[in-house]
Design a protein around this ligand. Structure first.
Ligand SMILES: [Zn+2]
Length: 256
């Protein structure tokens, strides 16, 4: 139930006044039903923009981190024993190492195509796509500077070791490769969630990106996975959670 309705009920009950002093209003438990805003380009600084809030920061078409956002604890991804190059926040390394090892043991080795991208790198990345595809198509597959999860230092584009970029498969879906399929099934167990799943473009704003995963830590990733929501919707709901005591009656005036 939207907050407005709850308050509306309370106000209506309160307005009845002394004549109905025994009015007893039961307000059903409220749950967060808020969905993220429709995909609309904007430039709003996201609510949780400190480095400590890495797992809660929502960046999308509208919300962004400042240009100066550059985590201080970036380290080479090679520390996780994974092929490929780039930087990632050090807090990602233990689970990335465990996932790399597990994927290799399962015969589905993974590698890194792209990890941390600075504001300026993202600006040139986006411009490259705009030049290649035009703005209307580029915006569905690439983020403007400040709006990329890669700038958070906790997002990774994975690929198959020795292969080219996972988006250059000529219409082939990386999630159907051995490595990509293993990730679909197992990445969340190691704290990683696919940010832009198939068929969710209207909710996540970007097209399907089976290679792009964001690290949330194991507990939060398990919660997102269990919710069935996209990470964008889940993060939005955490920021706009309606707190209520389940089943608690709200009394207006003395009990009858
Ligand atoms: Zn990506």
């Amino acid at each position: 139930m939207p907050v407005g309705i709850v308050f509306g009920v309370l106000l209506a009950a309160a307005a009845v006044g002394p004549a109905a002093a025994s009015t007893f209003v039961f307000v059903p438990p409220t749950q967060s039903t808020s969905q993220p805003p429709a995909c609309k380009l904007g430039n709003v600084t996201t609510q949780l923009a400190s480095y400590a809030d890495w797992s809660g920061a929502l960046v999308d078409w509208q919300f962004r981190v400042p240009a100066s956002y550059a985590p201080r604890d970036l380290v080479p991804v090679s520390r996780a024993g994974i092929a490929g190059s780039g930087l990632i926040r050090s807090l990602v390394i233990p689970d990335l190492a465990a996932m790399t090892k597990a994927a290799r043991s399962a015969g589905a080795p993974i590698a890194i195509e792209s990890a941390y991208r600075s504001y300026s790198t993202q600006a040139s990345t986006f411009n490259t796509w705009v030049n290649e595809l035009g703005y209307e198509r580029a915006i569905l597959g690439s983020a403007r500077a400040g709006h990329s999860e890669h700038q958070l230092g906790v997002a990774i584009d994975f690929k198959t070791p020795g292969a080219g970029p996972p988006w250059h498969l000529g219409g082939y879906d990386w999630a159907t490769t051995r490595a990509g399929a293993w990730m679909v099934k197992n990445a969340w167990k190691f704290g990683f969630i696919m940010s832009y799943p198939r068929g969710r473009t209207s909710q996540v704003c970007y097209g399907y990106e089976p290679w792009h995963y964001r690290y949330f830590g194991r507990a939060q990733a398990a919660a997102i996975h269990a919710s069935g929501e996209t990470s964008r919707a889940w993060l939005w709901q955490q920021e706009h959670r309606v707190v209520a005591v389940p089943g608690a009656p709200v009394s207006v005036g003395p009990r009858p």
